[in-house]
Design a protein around this ligand. Structure first.
Ligand SMILES: Nc1ncnc2c1ncn2[C@@H]1O[C@H](COP(=O)(O)OP(=O)(O)OP(=O)(O)O)[C@@H](O)[C@H]1O
Length: 320
């Protein structure tokens, strides 16, 4: 993994609110109020060029919304997303890899045409011969063969379909990939193969990754740094080794306790206690206090700021 002090991406005080109000008519007839959902709340982080930063948290914490903001699928409500210049001098552009490769691959197209589409759209190759050569090359890069190009997506397993999605993402020659739960629909053994492929591609092609997952064990071996999100905010961010060796936020500790133990795979691990509160009515103070084993009166009264720690981590907890 090439690590660099230069940022490929700086996300600064990013905010995204969604208007989830009832329709105008329902508001008029039934007096329903306007409701705004604060999905991403003052999120800042950087991704080093050639590195991998992961966003981790339970469903609904806002990690996919950050991914969609970074790839331009959503516009931010506030804050900035700054990409460094890429090899061409223009700002890096991000390509997204999704959780469900089947939903993101056109079922009626042969694989060779799915992978060729960005080459044609972006005019990256001049002739059909060059396009066919590049498609064959991309199939090889992700561990498929030329004959696979003649097949349709339904003829492949989930892991192979994710390889096709990766080949298509690579066709547009991105330098930055945003990977939203790319392995969570796959069996554990296949997950490892796809993660190994992604690490190899990162090294060979000098890619930079923003990785999204609900599972700390999935991102552990991919990430230089990990940011843990809870109800739209980063609650802890640290170098991967520091986060695993010395987790400081009680929420991070609870997430780590839910990782299956390889030595005792059949022992049930505790799930994080309690339900995530509704993001429409987040608790006052520290939004984690309703589930936190260490919560005191102070946690209900005031929200802890995300503070820098001497080991380079950032933590938002009154008692960290
Ligand atoms: N387009 C939208 N309109 C309204 N609310 C949305 C929209 N997209 C996301 N949300 C809400 O924003 C919050 C964060 O959602 P987001 O999908 O980013 O979380 P997540 O951590 O990625 O969860 P998951 O893993 O389930 O996708 C959730 O409460 C979700 O319901």
């Amino acid at each position: 993994m090439t690590r660099s002090a230069i940022s490929a991406l700086d996300v600064v005080h990013l905010d995204k609110t969604f208007d989830v109000s009832a329709s105008f008519l329902n508001r008029l007839l039934y007096g329903r109020k306007r409701q705004m959902l604060h999905a991403v709340n003052d999120v800042s982080f950087s991704v080093p060029l050639g590195g991998c930063v992961s966003l981790v948290g339970e469903s609904g914490c806002g990690k996919s919304t950050v991914a969609r903001l970074v790839t331009g699928l959503y516009d931010p409500t506030a804050g900035e997303i700054r990409f460094a210049p890429g090899k061409s001098g223009a700002p890096l552009s991000a390509q997204m890899i999704f959780q469900d490769p089947y939903a993101s691959l056109n079922p009626r197209w042969r694989v060779k045409n799915i992978i060729a589409e960005p080459l044609r759209e972006l005019k990256l190759r001049n002739s059909e011969v060059e396009i066919a050569e590049r498609v064959a090359e991309l199939l090889g890069i992700v561990g498929l063969n030329i004959a696979d190009g003649e097949k349709f997506p339904h003829e492949f397993s989930g892991g192979q379909r994710q390889r096709i999605s990766i080949a298509r993402a690579l066709a547009s020659e991105p330098e930055f990939l945003v990977c939203d739960e790319p392995t969570s629909a796959l069996d554990v053994s296949v997950q490892a193969q796809i993660l190994n492929l992604m690490r190899r591609l990162q090294d060979e092609l000098g890619l930079t990754y923003l990785f999204i997952s609900h599972d700390l064990s999935v991102v552990r071996h991919m990430s230089d740094r990990i940011a843990v999100m809870y109800l739209g905010r980063i609650v802890e961010e640290a170098e991967t080794e520091v986060l695993f060796a010395d987790p400081k936020h009680p929420y991070t500790r609870l997430l780590l306790e839910t990782i299956p133990d390889v030595n005792e795979p059949h022992r049930d691990r505790e799930v994080v206690a309690g339900e995530v509160p509704s993001p429409l009515a987040p608790p006052p103070g520290c939004t984690f206090h309703t589930r936190c084993p260490l919560a005191q009166a102070q946690c209900k009264a005031g929200r802890p700021e995300l503070r820098d720690k001497p080991d380079g981590s950032r933590v938002a907890c009154h008692f960290a």
